[in-house]
Design a protein around this ligand. Sequence first.
Ligand code: NDP
Ligand code: GUE
Length: 299
Amino acid sequence: MAEVIDGKNVAADVVAKVKALTADLAAKGKGQPGLAVVIVGEDPASQVYVASKSRTAKECGFHSVQHTLPAQTTQADLLKLIGTLNADPAIHGILVQLPLPAQIDAGTVIQAIAPEKDVDGFHFVNVGKLGTGELDTAFVPCTPAGSMLLIERVRGKDLSGLSAVVVGRSNIVGKPMANLLLAANCTVTIAHSRTKDLPALARTADILVAAVGRPEMVRGDWVKPGATVIDVGINRIPAPEKGEGKTRLVGDVAYAEAEKVAGAITPVPGGVGPMTIAMLMANTVVSAYLAAGLDRPSF
Ligand SMILES: NC(=O)C1=CN([C@@H]2O[C@H](COP(=O)(O)OP(=O)(O)OC[C@H]3O[C@@H](n4cnc5c(N)ncnc54)[C@H](OP(=O)(O)O)[C@@H]3O)[C@@H](O)[C@H]2O)C=CC1
Ligand SMILES: Nc1nc(=O)c2c([nH]1)NC[C@@H]1CN(c3ccc(C(=O)N[C@@H](CCC(=O)O)C(=O)O)cc3)C=[N+]21
């Protein structure tokens, strides 16, 4: 049976380090890291994540502000808020929760965030730094950054020469994940909806990352024996066995099958999800250190 990679546990370690760095910053008289989370509309799933981000930010000792805007907010009004947050010296990180309502162009909004406050790592400046291997000065997207820490926990820091398959090519997960694995000297293949014979490709992977958004798509016989399986998927599906109208969370990997073959695997929930939130805190404290003219802490 596979080793279960406990994301909650690793996330708690990251948060503990963020807390200590935050206390050090205050002791140096450099103030408090500030995180602004902006949410437009009332998508219930988004609200759960946003509440969890704000709670963890407070736990870290951050100045934490949340802006909840009505679903009909115009793009101009959202851009105005971002301009205000860009100019606010008490704010070191700005996160605009995605997806945004249809009248707002997410790309325009993301590019309006000051790159040095872009703790999601979605701005072209940060994407470009990751793509050119300038990892020492980039903000790396939280989900792939957290997934890398989980991979390092089981395989060590040297991933050189391992074969990695990333299923999914989104800008927020698949592509940055592939770039991080490439920067770590893995041989990387990115798969997507047009990939031919995905099961056979997946079976070549020493490190298999599933970021698709399809419940339990990756079966046990797609997994190379001993592989490290990182399940990024968060899918809420009906769970009539828990009672009428009840739901449960599953990943993109058929966990019960894959755990019999994999060397190590992340559960859902309790795997990558908590790491995403922890890395947001890490990026925010890094931003505060840089704004204070201090050396960049590493995680
Ligand atoms: N744990 C966490 O913190 C986070 C979890 N997530 C979860 O991760 C998952 C992926 O998110 P995200 O990247 O934003 O999703 P997107 O929908 O943006 O991207 C999904 C990717 O999967 C590919 N894909 C879809 N169907 C198939 C298929 N049948 N075979 C192979 N590839 C396929 C798509 O291919 P194509 O490009 O060809 O369409 C696309 O590249 C979701 O479940 C999401 O909820 C997301 C962010 C954070
Ligand atoms: N600008 C932006 N940045 C994001 O990082 C971002 C976003 N928009 N939009 C939505 C996705 C999704 N996302 C998650 C964060 C935490 C969990 C998480 O903590 N999951 C828990 C379970 C939570 C539950 O029970 O629902 C777990 O997996 O254990 C999941 C998903 C961040 N995202």
